[in-house]
Ligand binder design. Structure first.
Ligand SMILES: Cc1cc2nc3c(=O)[nH]c(=O)nc-3n(C[C@H](O)[C@H](O)[C@H](O)COP(=O)(O)OP(=O)(O)OC[C@H]3O[C@@H](n4cnc5c(N)ncnc54)[C@H](O)[C@@H]3O)c2cc1C
Length: 365
């Protein structure tokens, strides 16, 4: 049986970023996915490189988000150069129109020295905005399907062994250590295993560790093609947002439902998203509906992801539970775990995401 340094289970943005980070450092890595890599939550995401409520984010998660934000330009550049695929990193800015949080945002921005503007205009756009809205001009976005395509190609270039359409059935433990994974037609061994299976992560770990929980939170999104290609910034209103793409498409997100492992879309959600979008930008009434989809966000039973070693096992690791920030936090989470695995100091203490410490219950938001 071939023996790898690391087996990574789950090929979403977190698994692929982790595999890339370890392969770049010289490790022999295998990545396993139950389907095709990059088709679940990571594909469904909007690609906003900001937390939805940075002013009230858990402090460890906020630090991870901030590092993610800083990493992105170089991360995307390296991937574009290596693969010829452009993930469309655009510093489009983010306009927050949720009046309830204006005071909290201004004091958060002041405290963190974050640039904001309240005197901006969008001539010709006829947006229906409240009197007070805040523009965060530094916020960027990427296009997840393109980023995932680039990562997938880059992993091949880095000689990561990829096993797709291979749902794992068991983690074999020998003398208290991970030994190998089994799947329907074989098995693979490694010195260590890293679970990056998003909303499915705790199902894989259920026979090993019971007290951690990662739940699927269903999110629906639609894509519209407006008559005119003029919206430049992301517009955020509570859980709802508009994301203008470079090619003129506009994404409208999103819903939040705890309905288990169900990825169906509903007419009710589509109408709700459309109604909200038109209330903010009435010109969208005549836009063409291009696509409607759903994905499952991985929500941990705390307000931050689990990153680090699984208690009682020296060679089983977890990097999962990024909920609404997995795209933003992926490069930073991968670096943090890879630094720990290679014995290097990192940009923050990984213990702040330690698995054994979680006691608080989940909060959606
Ligand atoms: C509608 C929506 C909008 C979002 N918008 C944003 C945003 O704007 N910005 C942002 O930062 N985040 C956003 N997110 C959140 C982000 O998508 C997630 O946090 C992130 O994708 C999680 O990545 P992941 O790799 O952990 O999970 P996933 O992408 O779900 O990947 C998990 C992988 O594990 C595989 N797997 C599962 N079980 C097994 C098994 N038994 N064996 C092998 N493989 C297995 C799956 O097939 C899958 O490929 C959004 C999410 C949704 C749904």
């Amino acid at each position: 049986m071939t023996k790898f340094d690391f087996i990574i289970i789950g090929g979403g943005i977190i698994g692929m970023s982790t595999a890339r980070e370890l392969a770049v450092r010289g490790a022999n890595v295998a990545l396993i996915d139950k389907g095709k890599s990059g088709q679940e939550a990571s594909w469904a995401a909007g690609g906003i490189l900001s937390s939805m409520r940075p002013w009230s984010e858990n402090s460890a998660s906020a630090e991870l988000s901030e590092h993610g934000k800083t990493c992105y330009p170089a991360y995307v550049r390296a991937l574009s150069v290596a693969t010829g695929i452009d993930p469309e990193y655009v510093r489009s800015g983010l306009v927050i129109i949720d009046a309830a949080h204006i005071d909290a945002i201004t004091s958060w921005a002041q405290h963190k020295c974050i640039k904001i503007r309240m005197d901006f205009k969008y001539p010709g756009l006829a947006l229906v905005l409240p009197e007070q809205a805040i523009l965060l001009p530094e916020i960027a976005q990427i296009r997840p399907p393109r980023l995932l395509q680039a990562l997938r190609k880059n992993l091949r270039q880095l000689s990561v062994s990829t096993f797709e359409n291979t749902p794992i059935t068991d983690l074999a433990i020998k003398q208290g250590r991970f030994d190998h994974v089994t799947f329907c037609n074989g098995k693979l061994a490694a010195d260590a295993v890293i679970i990056t299976a998003g909303a499915w992560s705790t199902l894989i770990l259920k026979n090993i560790i019971g007290h951690i929980e990662i739940k699927p939170i269903h999110g629906q999104m639609i894509c519209l093609k407006p008559d005119k290609h003029i919206l430049k910034s992301i517009i955020l209103d509570g859980d709802h947002y508009l994301i203008p793409r470079r090619d003129g498409h506009v994404l409208v997100g999103s819903t939040m439902e705890a309905i288990g492992f169900n990825k169906q879309t509903t007419m009710h959600a589509r109408e709700k998203l459309l109604a909200w979008a038109i209330s903010v930008w009435p010109a969208l009434k005549t836009a063409t509906l291009v696509k409607h989809w759903a994905g499952l966000r991985p929500l941990s039973n705390t307000e931050k992801p689990f990153i680090g070693v699984v208690p009682n096992f020296k060679n089983i690791y977890l990097n999962a539970g990024h909920f609404r920030k997995g795209i933003l936090q992926a490069p930073a989470s991968a670096t943090l775990l890879a630094d720990m695995l290679s014995g290097h100091a990192s940009f923050m203490d990984i213990e702040r995401f330690a698995i054994s410490k979680y006691e608080k219950s989940a909060k959606i938001g």
